[in-house]
Design a protein around this ligand. Structure first.
Ligand code: C2E
Ligand code: MG
Ligand code: MG
Ligand code: MG
Length: 285
C-alpha cells in the first residue's frame, strides 16, 4: 500500500512538473507576440511622502493580460523575457509608454511627478539603454527629471565599471536612478558609494518583518547608510500603520505599498488622483 501511494505521489509530482513546463513553453512562445498584440500594459503605483502627506512619485509595473491564461505576473514573465532577450524591446516599449503617458498627465495638469521604470541587467548588457532613454525623452518631449530608472544590486554581477559609465551618462541627461530591493542582492557594500544613484529602496521583505528587532536594526542601518551617502530612501511594501510609525520614527518618510495605493491601470489611477487631489497637488510644487 505504502508503495503504491508513493508511486501515485511521484505521478502527481510528474504531472505538476509537466504542467509547469508546458506553461513555461507556452509563455515563451506567446511573449514574442504579446507586445505586437497589445497584451502588455502598465500599472502605476504611488510613492507617498508620509511627512508632507503628498504624492512624490510613481513606479511603472508591467502587466501581461494573456488571452487564454489571464493576468500573468511580471515575476513569472520577466525572467522569460530576460532569457529570450525580449527584455530589451520590452523595456524600450515601457520607457516610451511611460514618458508619453507622464507627459500627457503633466500637460493635462493631472499630476506632475517623476515615474520610475524597472531595469533588467540584460538591458545594461545590451549597450542600448542610453540610446533608448534619449529616444523616449525626445519623442515625448518630457523633462528628464520626470524619469527614474530602478536598478538592482545584480548590476554588480555584470560589469560594475561599465554600469557606472552608463549610469553617469544617464545622470548627465538628468535622469534619476534608484537602487531597488536594497539589502537582498548579492552585492557588497564596497562600491555603493561609487554607483551614481539618487535613492535606495528598502526591500519589502524587511518591511514585512519590521516587528522583529533584528529586522528593525537592518532597516535603521539602511536608512543611516542612505543618510551618510546623501541618498533618498523609500520603503517598499508598506501595508500597516505600525510599519509607517516605525519607519517615520527612524527617519524614512517616503513609502510605497498597498496602504497608500496598489498598482493601478491609468483609468483607476486618474480616479485615485482626483480622490487624493489636494494632497497629490502638493507634490507638484
Ligand atoms: P519591484 O520593482 O520590487 O516592484 C514591487 C513589487 O511589489 C510589485 O510587484 C508590486 O505590485 C508589489 N507591491 C507593492 N506594494 C506592495 C505591498 O504593500 N504588499 C505586497 N505584498 N506587494 C506589494 P509586481 O508588480 O508583481 O512586480 C514584481 C517585479 O517584477 C518587480 O519588483 C520588478 O522587479 C519586476 N518588474 C515589473 N515591471 C517590470 C518592468 O517593466 N521591467 C523589468 N525589468 N522588471 C519589471
Ligand atoms: Mg521596482
Ligand atoms: Mg522593489
Ligand atoms: Mg521586488
Amino acid at each position: 500500500r505504502a508503495k503504491s501511494a508513493g508511486k501515485n505521489q511521484y505521478q502527481l509530482f510528474d504531472e505538476e512538473t509537466d504542467r509547469m513546463h508546458v506553461r513555461k513553453l507556452e509563455l515563451e512562445r506567446d511573449l514574442r507576440k504579446a507586445l505586437a498584440n497589445n497584451e502588455l500594459c502598465i500599472y502605476y503605483q504611488p510613492k507617498w511622502d508620509a511627512e508632507l502627506d503628498c504624492l512624490t512619485g510613481m513606479e511603472a509595473l508591467l502587466r501581461w493580460n494573456h488571452p487564454r491564461l489571464g493576468m500573468v505576473s511580471p515575476a513569472e514573465f520577466i525572467p522569460i523575457a530576460e532569457e529570450t532577450g525580449l527584455i530589451v524591446s520590452m523595456t524600450r516599449w515601457v520607457l516610451n509608454e511611460v514618458c508619453i503617458q507622464n507627459r500627457e498627465w503633466q500637460k493635462r495638469d493631472i499630476v506632475h511627478v517623476c515615474v520610475s521604470v524597472n531595469m533588467s541587467i540584460r538591458v545594461f548588457e545590451s549597450g542600448m539603454l542610453c540610446e533608448m532613454v534619449e529616444e523616449s525623452l525626445q519623442e515625448s518631449n518630457i523633462d528628464s527629471g520626470s524619469l527614474e530608472l530602478e536598478i538592482t544590486e545584480s548590476i554588480a554581477m555584470y560589469d560594475v565599471q561599465d554600469t557606472i559609465r552608463q549610469l553617469q551618462h544617464l545622470k548627465s541627461l538628468g535622469v534619476r536612478v534608484s537602487m531597488d530591493d536594497f539589502g537582498t542582492g548579492y552585492s557588497s557594500l564596497g562600491n555603493l558609494d561609487e554607483i551614481p544613484i539618487d535613492a535606495l529602496k528598502i526591500d519589502q521583505m524587511f518591511i514585512r518583518q519590521s516587528a522583529q528587532p533584528s529586522k528593525q536594526a537592518i532597516i535603521s542601518t539602511i536608512i543611516a547608510i542612505a543618510g551618510h551617502l546623501k541618498l533618498e530612501v523609500v520603503a517598499e511594501g508598506v501595508e500597516t500603520e505600525e510599519q509607517i510609525g516605525f519607519l517615520q520614527s527612524r527617519g524614512c518618510r517616503v513609502m510605497q505599498g498597498y496602504y497608500y495605493g496598489k498598482p493601478m491601470d491609468t483609468e483607476t489611477l486618474e480616479a485615485w488622483l482626483i480622490a487624493n487631489n489636494e494632497r497629490a497637488k502638493q507634490g507638484a510644487s
